[in-house]
Write a protein that binds this ligand. Structure first.
Ligand SMILES: NC(=O)c1ccc[n+]([C@@H]2O[C@H](COP(=O)([O-])OP(=O)(O)OC[C@H]3O[C@@H](n4cnc5c(N)ncnc54)[C@H](OP(=O)(O)O)[C@@H]3O)[C@@H](O)[C@H]2O)c1
Length: 184
């Protein structure tokens, strides 16, 4: 059955990115270039992300100028981007722009995923919208040994401990890996 998963790297003090949406703090961790493949969701059929996550990847990977690289990174899997803007899409990339509530788009996301999982890549506001409607099944964090003075918060919400059950805690090289089941 399809699981809806949030899985992201985060600083020790709970930021997903710096003020410029950059993940440089993550790339600077020694060993981050050879990530443990077991850290990534294994059965993903659909990616879901916010506008800034998408725009940062487009720029960082130079995907508008080199659109074939999109297929190298994501294959034919659909990426759904929540945005109020008409964002650019690399030629041939399976990207769909959505706006409105997560609830109204959930049936389409589930249809597109088939038997596979839905990976919510970020950011925190979009994650919060999935939690608001009890649509998230798993929250997985790879915690880096680095802090930021400010930036994009992991989860700008209040979530009580009654909602989260710790199912995994382990070391992954320089990172700490925590996985929670989100209780219905
Ligand atoms: N560390 C990691 O592994 C990781 C992973 C993913 C993301 N990040 C970082 O997280 C930060 C925040 O990401 P984000 O800004 O993409 O996501 P976000 O903070 O969850 O969402 C903010 C933007 O997404 C759009 N959006 C969200 N919900 C929407 C809705 N229901 N309808 C229409 N548009 C909606 C809006 O775009 P518009 O401005 O177009 O209205 C909004 O400005 C970024 O800095 C990113 O780099 C880090």
């Amino acid at each position: 059955m399809t699981q809806i998963i949030f899985d992201a790297a985060v600083t020790l003090n709970g930021f997903l990115a710096d003020e410029n949406h950059s993940l440089q703090w993550l790339f600077d961790v020694p060993g981050a270039g050879e990530p443990d493949p077991g850290l990534l969701p294994q059965n993903v059929g659909v990616h879901v992300e916010g506008a800034n996550t998408y725009l940062w990847v487009l720029e960082h990977e130079n995907l508008m100028a080199e659109p074939a690289r999109w297929q190298e990174l994501y294959g034919a899997k659909p990426t759904y981007v929540f945005t109020h803007r008409q964002l650019p899409i690399p030629d041939g990339a399976n990207v769909k722009l959505l706006s409105g509530s997560v609830a109204e788009h959930l049936p389409e996301l589930r249809r597109a995923a088939g038997e596979a999982d839905i990976w919510v890549l970020g950011g925190g506001e979009l994650l919060g919208q999935f939690l608001d409607i009890n649509a998230l099944d798993r929250l997985a964090l790879t915690i880096a040994p680095a802090t930021l003075a400010g930036g994009a918060a992991l989860l700008p919400r209040t979530i009580g401990s009654e909602k989260l059950e710790l199912t995994e805690a382990r070391q992954a090289g320089p990172f700490a890996r925590l996985v929670y089941r989100v209780k219905p």
